[in-house]
Design a protein around this ligand. Structure first.
Ligand SMILES: Nc1nc2c(c(=O)[nH]1)N[C@@H](CN(C=O)c1ccc(C(=O)N[C@@H](CCC(=O)O)C(=O)O)cc1)CN2
Length: 304
């Protein structure tokens, strides 16, 4: 079997276009301009690229977009004060603090200060609790898992009764992904570094979500024939074949090997990553619509 490649880049672009139309409609009909503030601390090159992409996407969606770039030695108190100001700013509907933060800043303190209704990352304990309690319609859902779910549903249709394995138990991806799959009535296993016989656990799954942060760790012959493989990993590895000192991005899955078994598979780059940014725009629009007293949009349905 040769898998169908899931074109996350194209799907994300289509979704951003739909959001731009809805953003414009909201502005024209209510005067509410969706506003997002992205805060970055330090000089991490990858984080700078992601933050720039978020600003560009927000502009294309007709949103107000504000970037706060703080030096790496910014104190925790300074960052907390900024978040406090953004919480009070009525023109800002979404606040995102780019992760990772420098070691001297307590990440959970910062994330817990963001007002839950402006928490477009979905990392605040209130949003985590709503999602875990099965009330995802009231929550802000983390962008990467929400985007991954859209890709899986577009590939397989109804996920009810399917077996899913999420490899990785991070708060950002693994745990919310498992909650979303459970809400779709999948039978969900969360696998991690202590899981015994990981290849067999993966082999049993109709849906494999790889979010472990280890380049090409999941091998092709671990994948069940016809499975849907969603690769969340973004790892930069040396690529001497491209020239001295060159690198390339790979996922957590051995793409070529897995594509021989899977029915559907996301590439890296061009799979889940672009969906993360599209869903951030979706969450910002949701927050602005809620502030205007409007109901939530169904972004999967909007995509058609
Ligand atoms: N506050 C947050 N911090 C981080 C998150 C997050 O969701 N919220 N996720 C990641 C980084 N991230 C968004 O912030 C992100 C990562 C990757 C991509 C992406 O589009 N990747 C491209 C490849 C880009 C490249 O060439 O490097 C792809 O996969 O095609 C978007 C967003 C950690 N921090």
């Amino acid at each position: 079997m040769t898998a169908t490649r899931i074109d996350g880049k194209a799907i994300a672009a289509a979704l951003r276009e739909k959001i731009a139309v809805e953003g414009k409609k909201l502005i024209d009909e209510t005067g509410v301009v969706p506003g997002i503030a992205v805060v970055i601390v330090g000089e991490d090159p990858a984080s700078k690229v992601y933050v720039a992409s978020k600003g560009k996407a927000a502009n294309e969606c007709h949103f107000k977009s504000v970037e706060h770039a703080l030096p790496a030695d910014t104190s925790e108190d300074t960052l907390l004060s900024l978040v406090g100001e953004l919480n009070e700013d009525d023109s800002i509907h979404g606040i995102l603090v780019q992760l990772p933060l420098p070691d001297h800043i307590d990440e959970s303190k910062v994330l817990e200060l963001i007002r839950p209704d402006k928490d477009v990352d979905g990392f605040h304990p209130i949003n985590v609790g709503l999602l875990t309690a099965g009330a995802k319609d009231k929550a802000m859902v983390p962008c990467t898992p929400a985007g991954s779910l859209i890709l899986a549903k577009r590939s397989l249709g109804d996920l009810s009764g399917k077996s899913a394995v999420v490899v990785g138990r991070s708060n950002i991806v693994g745990k919310p992904m498992a909650a979303l799959l459970l809400a779709e009535s999948c039978t969900v296993t969360i696998a991690h570094s202590r899981t015994k016989d990981l290849p067999s656990v993966v082999k049993a799954a109709d849906i494999v979500v790889a979010a472990v942060g280890r380049p090409q760790m999941i091998k092709g012959d671990w994948i069940k024939d016809g499975a849907c493989v969603i690769d969340v990993g973004i790892n930069r590895i040396p690529a001497p074949e491209r020239g001295e000192g060159k690198t390339r991005l790979v996922g957590d899955v051995d793409y070529d090997g897995a594509a021989e078994h899977a029915g559907f598979i996301t590439p890296v780059p061009g799979g889940v990553g672009p969906m993360t940014i599209a869903l951030l725009m979706a969450n910002t629009l949701t927050s602005a619509r809620r502030a205007a007293g409007l109901e939530d949009l169904d972004y999967a349905a909007l995509l058609g």
